[in-house]
Design a binder for this molecule. Structure first.
Ligand code: ADP
Length: 186
């Protein structure tokens, strides 16, 4: 698996990478989609731009069959022109102050994406910092939820074998490094 840029760390089955998730060749990359599944800004826009029209076509088909995607749920498409074979689209919560079940919804994004990957026998998956861009989730809290939820999942499941957190900005990278360091001290 090639990781973008040089900053990657290994902590058992969890890796950190700094850079653009569209460059990864994991079995799946996760898209921080919106409920329309029809594309948007941020990482969603980058994935659709890099992956081409096939991903959007498949999203349209899913939407026509099942309607819009609820917060915390995930669906899977092919990876189109990406190196990754699949894209798992999940909808993170919009931060509204924390009293609207945002922590549980964010954790659900990670768990449902991992479950979908396992159902499809995928061995590796890469996550962006879901909800930490346009959706405004506080980054430190989001990093804690992401790392703990994935760690808890991996403790009880063999697939996916490898989870990569791909952090676009240095602030997120450092927050994740801190969370992983805290885990290794625990
Ligand atoms: P959301 O609407 O869930 O907040 P965004 O796409 O606005 O989604 O941001 C989610 C996170 O993805 C942010 O931390 C942002 O910096 C990051 N991001 C944006 N583009 C990319 C990319 N190409 N690869 C990885 N992460 C990205």
């Amino acid at each position: 698996m090639s990781l973008p840029h040089s900053a990657s760390h290994e902590f058992g089955r969890i890796l950190l990478a700094h850079g653009d998730i569209t460059k990864l060749d994991t079995d799946a990359i996760v898209n921080a989609a919106n409920s329309s599944l029809l594309g948007g800004g941020g990482v969603d826009g980058a994935i659709h731009r890099a992956g081409g029209a096939q991903i959007l076509d498949e999203c349209r088909t899913i939407r026509a069959r099942h309607g819009s995607l609820a917060t915390g749920k995930a669906v899977i498409t092919s990876g189109g022109k990406l190196h990754a074979r699949h894209v798992i689209h999940t909808v993170g919560p919009v931060w509204q102050g924390g009293g609207q079940e945002e922590p549980q919804q964010l954790a659900n994004c990670y768990t449902s994406s991992l479950e979908l990957a396992a159902e499809h026998q995928l061995r590796s998956i890469a996550f962006p910092g879901i909800s930490t861009g346009i959706y405004g989730y506080p980054k430190a809290e989001a990093a804690r939820i992401a790392v703990q939820t994935v760690r808890d999942y991996l403790m009880h499941h063999e697939l996916p074998e490898i989870v990569v957190f791909v952090l676009f900005d240095e602030e997120n990278l450092h927050l994740y490094e801190r969370e992983l360091a805290a885990l290794s001290e625990a």
